[in-house]
Design a protein around this ligand. Structure first.
Ligand SMILES: [Zn+2]
Ligand SMILES: [Zn+2]
Length: 296
């Protein structure tokens, strides 16, 4: 295969994986859809696949995965798929379903749509909420404090989308899609699709998807630019998976980041990531304590 043709194939990896995952949920029998492990298995297979691609088609040497990064990323991958998912289900989906039942909210028209249209509906409503939550995080200090740990990562890899303060991870898991009457496969497909795009747009893979994909979906170029050093540089390209919202709402910026991180680009430990939102509070308590000991 000529090198041009080979690069073209590599560039199509994200759209091809997305198509494969959508096809999987479309054709999956009910027993597979109903199995609570299926979503996690699909996410894991996609993640392992993209981690493998990082080894074969490395984008930047400075982003190369090592043991410490891999173990930290794995910790967050597990945290999201267990505790955060359970919390989101208990505090968001279940109350919404109860509200839906008690208020008699029904969307029978949604169930009538073809599968792909249902997926697009759920996915875009979900992503629209994520877009605004993410934009709020970059525009209001209390929310930024929860999201900043995600921006303190100093390299991008397949699982880095999962790395962040738990409060942020919970906030970004909130949505209203539980109000729709669509099949379980539709929900799972929409989440899986978002996961594929987010995995690729955080990955150290030398693959730049063609315009038919990157016009609508967030690519590594868009998202690495969002991870650029310096707070002001991060205030663009908020779409976690659907960059079209940034194009429409005027927050799109063309470009690419290679050096990623914040401030002095110091890598935070998991403990520092967990404690980050409380930094101003801790500083205030210390100031008071020092003040009172100086006075005493
Ligand atoms: Zn951000
Ligand atoms: Zn990110």
């Amino acid at each position: 295969m000529s090198s041009g043709l080979k690069q073209m194939a590599v560039d199509c990896l994200a759209p091809a994986t997305l198509a494969a995952v959508v096809a999987f949920w479309y054709f999956a029998p009910a027993s597979v859809v109903d199995n609570p492990w299926t979503l996690l298995i699909v996410s894991s297979v996609v993640t392992v696949f993209v981690l493998g691609l990082e080894l074969v088609f490395e984008r930047h040497e400075g982003w190369r995965i090592n043991r410490q990064e891999l173990l930290t990323d794995l910790f967050y991958f597990i945290l999201i798929n267990t505790v955060i998912q359970r919390l989101a289900s208990m505090l968001n989906e279940e109350p919404l379903r109860a509200l839906k039942a008690s208020w008699g909210i029904a969307t029978p028209w949604a169930a009538e749509l073809p599968f792909l249209a249902q997926v697009l509906l759920v996915w875009s409503v979900w992503e629209f909420g994520q877009y605004w939550m993410h934009r709020l995080m970059h525009n209001w200090e209390p929310f930024w404090l929860t999201h900043a740990p995600h921006h303190h990562i100093t390299q991008l890899n397949a699982m880095k989308g999962a790395v962040g303060n738990p409060i942020e991870l919970f906030l970004i898991s909130l949505g209203v899609v539980a109000l729709f009457d669509v099949s379980p496969a539709t929900y799972l497909c929409a989440f899986s699709a978002g996961n594929v795009v987010s995995t690729f747009n955080h990955a150290n893979v030398r693959s730049n998807p063609p315009l038919f994909y990157s016009f609508f979906f967030t690519s590594i170029r868009h998202h690495s630019y969002h991870h650029s050093v310096g707070y002001e540089n991060t205030r663009c390209n908020y779409g976690n998976a659907i960059i079209l919202f940034d194009r429409i709402l005027g927050t799109y910026k063309e470009g690419e980041g290679v050096l990623v991180g914040q401030d002095d680009r110091r890598r935070l430990t998991i403990w520092e990531q967990f404690m980050f939102p409380f930094k101003p509070l801790v500083a205030m308590i210390e100031r008071r304590r020092n003040g009172s000991s100086a006075a005493g």
